[in-house]
Design a protein around this ligand. Structure first.
Ligand SMILES: *Cc1c(COP(=O)(O)O)cnc(C)c1O
Length: 399
């Protein structure tokens, strides 16, 4: 059981059934967490937020005081984030940038481009010449580096260290870096190297990745100001109280910055910043038995919270009992000790959590699913079955 914060609990219990499901975000909790992350990092490490994890304007705004900028991965994100947090530095990464997106980003004054291929470098150079004459556009070359055996062992999604469409093979990156330093593209400035190699890594693994990226980058023998070592800090959905060790990670990065006083290090976490501040709250509609297992069907489902279906986990949750039962028909209740929580979709994949200890769970009880602040609503297939959309509540108890 993963209880919601008091503010979230009160809001969930105050909503009418017809106002459920709802996403409820605790912005005060988000600020506290982001402040702790910032404090754990050495001063010379810049913190960017990867907007794709959760681009709600309220979330982007709440993170504002604690981050140095935002990492965006599409033209849509460039426009959206520039509007939500005007004037903040943006780094534009991601594969398959189109000429229109690059043009719009140049017009928007995006600070940095993470270049993913030689093709993209040549496109950017030409568009920069046309769209931003006289301006030098900062480029980080994204590389897909091999990593020391075992350091990606715990990773759930590897973007690097194996064949992927992300970044450049180190052998292919070298000519790109040469073109950026030999005067071929005077409108572009090689600012540094970018690598985002995996997600789901613990602090020690992240430090090992950062060390290998910095060591490769400094071994190039060209002047670099920045190395961006990516995001991917682990969020443990099976044990939500076990959080990424930002203190150990910060200490590892501090050792690295001491060895390389000439470099600014940057990290760009998404999930580990915002996952904990969001809850998906709903109510139980029905409780039933099927072949020896007990099921509770909740209002909503994986079309709103796709995370457990995509990642193959049980979404941590807690039950908020509601004693009142407004209907004249009997109220179904669980008889066994564990209940599988399913949604309203007509597919066996619509399961939010299996065999949750929830003895006595009744229709009308509320359930708050935790860790729903990242890769949750925005990765879900909202229109499947045409159920109503959830409500959105951004609680800011700090004012
Ligand atoms: C998605 C992504 C991130 C953030 O990853 P998290 O696992 O959410 O921390 C950072 N950098 C790049 C390039 C990404 O694609």
């Amino acid at each position: 059981m993963t209880p919601p914060t008091p503010a979230v609990r009160d809001r969930v219990l105050s909503l009418d059934s017809t106002e459920l499901p709802a996403y409820v975000y605790d912005l005060a909790a988000l600020r506290t967490h982001a402040a702790a992350v910032r404090d754990a990092l050495p001063e010379r490490v810049e913190l960017y937020y990867a907007a794709k994890a959760n681009p709600e304007p309220e979330i982007l705004g709440a993170l504002g005081p604690y981050v140095d900028g935002y990492e965006v991965s599409s033209g849509g994100e460039v426009a959206h984030v520039a509007k939500a947090v005007p004037g903040r530095p943006l780094a534009f990464g991601g594969p398959g940038k189109t000429p229109d997106e690059v043009t719009a980003a140049l017009e928007q004054g995006v600070e940095r481009f993470h270049v993913e291929s030689e093709y993209e470098l040549r496109m950017l150079a030409e568009l920069a010449r046309r769209v931003a004459p006289g301006r030098r556009v900062a480029v980080l070359a994204r590389v897909n580096l091999p990593v020391a055996d075992g350091s990606l062992a715990g990773s759930s999604l590897a973007m690097g260290g194996r064949p992927t469409p992300f970044g450049m093979d180190p052998a292919r990156a070298e000519p790109v870096i040469r073109r950026l330093t030999d005067g071929s593209h005077p409108q572009l400035e090689l600012r540094g190297i970018h690598a985002h190699l995996a997600s789901g890594l613990e602090a020690a693994e992240q430090v090992a990745v950062a060390e290998s990226v910095v060591s490769w980058a400094t071994g190039l023998g060209v002047r670099l100001e920045e190395v961006n070592v990516g995001g991917g800090m682990h969020v443990d959905y099976g044990a939500p109280e076990h959080r990424f060790d930002w203190t150990a990670y910060g200490a590892g990065l501090a050792r690295l910055t001491e060895r390389h006083p000439e470099l600014t290090l940057r990290i760009e976490p998404g999930r580990a910043l915002t996952a904990y501040c969001g809850w998906y709250a709903t109510e139980v509609l029905d409780v039933k038995h099927s072949h020896g297992e007990e099921f509770a069907v909740v209002r909503g489902g994986t079309h709103h919270l796709r995370t457990p279906a995509t990642k193959g986990h049980d979404q941590p949750c807690s039950v908020l009992p509601v004693d009142a039962w407004p209907h004249p028909w009997p109220r179904p209740a669980a008889e066994g000790g564990t209940v599988t929580l399913a949604g309203q979709l007509c597919t066996p994949k619509d399961v939010l959590a299996r065999r949750v200890p929830a003895a006595g769970l009744r229709a009308g009880d509320r359930v708050a699913f935790a860790l729903a602040g990242a890769y949750a609503w925005n990765i879900s297939h909202h229109d499947f079955l045409m159920h109503p959309r959830p409500g959105f509540h951004f609680l800011d108890t700090a004012g």
